[in-house]
Ligand binder design. Structure first.
Ligand code: ADP
Length: 233
């Protein structure tokens, strides 16, 4: 369960003060898929960043499986992120001059996975995204869609409990976008990982279990057609 309570994120000071997140509370049961929608500048990315511990909040509480993120020390947060969380961001940093396999192994090194397990885990993740044959190819030589799948392999290699995806299909043609979409949902089902997707794509948002709409840093609407929020643990 991800439980956020009364969180605020204020940027700037004095007259330049801006509440990017303005008193947001939400409880997300484990294993469901959540779309975060809203206009550009409404606070979606900020919400993802604070929920994943990439950025701190100004006020409020974020608890993930009963661990209070706002009380963790920087080292604990790093560890939590490397072990429990997978990120798929558009600006995802891929080492173009390194092989796909090496790129996917990076999170395993950070999480200090034993060396003898890294290669097999990384190969497994590449297989899951259909990139087995590209293991030894330099990441810079992949197409846009393949890079996005590589980013997904890197995000899932640690079997994360939560996957954050910021516009995962934004820059992709519709065929590749569909493939990435299917992959994300199959991982959500197979791994039982909670999936949080920021998207402008109405169809993608509708495929998620719940849709959370953000405007000016506030939640204005939560659609829960399958009653997942009440049934969750
Ligand atoms: P979205 O992801 O919905 O486009 P963001 O979360 O990126 O929105 O931004 C929400 C608001 O916070 C915007 O007004 C944006 O300009 C502001 N903002 C985001 N990051 C910063 C920052 N590092 N410093 C100051 N303002 C920021």
């Amino acid at each position: 369960m991800i439980s956020i309570k009364n969180i605020k994120k204020i940027y700037g000071r004095g007259d330049n003060k801006l509440a990017a997140i303005d008193n947001v509370s939400l409880q997300i049961p484990s294993g469901i898929s959540v779309a975060i929608v809203g206009k550009s500048g409404s606070g979606k990315s900020t919400l993802m960043h604070v929920m994943s511990g990439l950025d701190s909040v100004t006020a409020g509480s974020i608890s993930i499986n009963d661990k209070e993120l706002t009380e963790m020390k920087a080292k604990e947060i790093d560890r939590f992120r490397s072990e429990d969380i997978g990120f798929i961001f558009q600006s995802f940093f891929i080492e173009a001059n390194h092989s796909c396999l090496d790129n996917v192994m990076v999170p395993l090194e950070i999480a200090r996975t034993p060396k003898n397990k890294r290669t097999s885990k990384a190969k497994q993740a590449l297989k899951a995204v259909g990139l087995s044959e590209k293991a030894s190819v330099n990441a810079g030589n992949l197409s846009g869609g393949q890079k996005q799948r590589l980013a997904i392999a890197r995000a899932i290699v640690n079997d994360p409990k939560i996957i954050f995806a910021d516009e995962p299909t934004g820059n992709l043609d519709s065929t590749t976008g569909d493939m990435v979409e299917k992959l994300l949902f199959s991982l959500n089902k197979k791994l039982g990982a909670t999936l949080l997707i920021v998207t402008h794509d109405h169809d993608l948002a509708k495929k998620c279990d719940i849709q959370v709409r953000i405007k000016d840093g506030k939640i204005t609407d939560v659609a829960d057609p399958h009653k997942k929020l009440k049934a969750g643990k």
